[in-house]
Design a protein around this ligand. Structure first.
Ligand SMILES: [Zn+2]
Ligand SMILES: [Zn+2]
Ligand SMILES: [Zn+2]
Length: 344
């Protein structure tokens, strides 16, 4: 398991042996002095003598940082929801009751979806590795700890699929990354909720930006007037004139003076910038799922064979992730059967 062979490390003629124990089953083994990493023949656990227990000095700071981020994100979400209701609802309802009701239904669905997926991603344990018996010879069976290592932070067996998160202070199964904005890891148990949260957040910010722009334009006639004056302008001048007119109209308008107008402008700017960031994150996450990887496994497997990676890339990965594999496979198999019949 060592990156270079023992001979390379300390010269072929050195044959000093030393006795050590497997951390997994407690069996004693004799090893050459230059082989600090070995895999147990009985339980399959990997012992790495180079890894010493490290202290967790920054743990308190990481927890504090996570709590601050989490509080800011929660406050911001509620500000967008209540600020949006306060600033946009009167405008929409003043146009027509039907439009107002439609808008209320859409905002309720988006707000409930975003807040609940966020809560699931942030407050649920990201994924606990399976509990396993270890430490003494008869307790664990042959091969029970295959490729397990000892986590030097938790002093517990760590499965090959688990990673230790220093911010959460525990091992996480299928860890993707530690997200400070949800104050939690993204792992086996909450990856799904995290992706659903990203999707609903992207949809919500899109909707907020469109509606705040619409309400601002509706509240401020000088904007429409300015835009009307641009008719007939084409080519290079258009962009410059458009910016100029919008700026002048903004200064002239009542929007600039009213608190409702300021909230609308703030909502628009915040939602557009968030939309860009969240869309990039969502795209990156979906492409990792498509490739059958997590963010961490992508980092560690960048040197792997490329052909192997090509094989793993599959839309089925996405289908499996979202849990509607059964529907899609049934639908696709029916589809192919009917197509083949038609071709005959
Ligand atoms: Zn062992
Ligand atoms: Zn650990
Ligand atoms: Zn974490």
């Amino acid at each position: 398991m060592a990156s270079s062979s023992p001979e390379e490390q300390c010269g072929a003629e050195v044959t000093d042996n030393y006795e050590t124990t497997c951390w997994g089953c407690g069996l004693r083994v004799m090893l050459p002095s230059c082989a600090p990493v070995f895999k147990c023949g009985w339980c399959g656990a990997i012992t790495d003598q180079n890894k010493k227990k490290r202290d967790q000095r920054c743990f308190g700071w990481r927890v504090l940082r996570d709590r601050c981020f989490l509080t800011v994100v929660i406050l911001f979400m509620f500000f967008v929801i209540f600020g949006g209701v306060w600033a946009i609802y009167p405008v929409v309802f003043s146009i027509s009751l039907l439009w107002g009701i439609f808008h209320s239904i859409i905002t309720t669905i988006l707000a409930i979806a975003t807040v609940s997926f966020f809560s699931l991603a942030a407050f649920r344990c990201a994924g606990t590795p399976p509990n396993i018996l270890w430490g003494s010879y008869p307790t664990g069976g042959k091969g029970d700890l295959e490729n397990y290592t000892l986590c030097h932070y938790c002093t517990k067996p760590k499965s090959p699929r688990a990673h230790h998160c220093r911010s959460c202070g525990k091992c996480i199964l299928d860890m993707d990354h530690h997200c400070p904005f949800i104050g939690n890891c993204v792992g086996a148990a909450n990856h799904h909720s995290f992706i659903c949260f990203l999707i609903s957040a992207v949809l919500s910010t899109n909707y907020v930006s469109i509606m705040s722009a619409y309400a601002s334009l509706h509240m401020s006639p000088p904007f429409l007037y300015s835009l009307g004056r641009l008719k007939g302008t084409t080519g290079r001048d258009l962009a410059w004139k458009l910016l100029n007119e919008i700026f002048v109209a903004f200064l002239r308008s009542a929007l600039f003076l009213s608190s409702r107008g300021l909230v609308l402008v703030y909502l628009f700017i915040a939602s557009v910038s968030l939309q860009i960031g969240l869309s990039i994150l969502l795209w990156q996450q979906l492409s990792f799922i498509y490739q059958g990887k997590t963010y961490l496994s992508n980092l560690s497997s960048q040197t792997d064979n490329e052909e192997e990676e090509e094989e793993k890339k599959d839309c089925q990965n996405l289908v499996r992730f979202f849990g509607f594999q059964y529907f899609v496979t049934r639908f696709l198999s029916n589809f192919w059967v009917t197509r083949k019949r038609h071709n005959k």
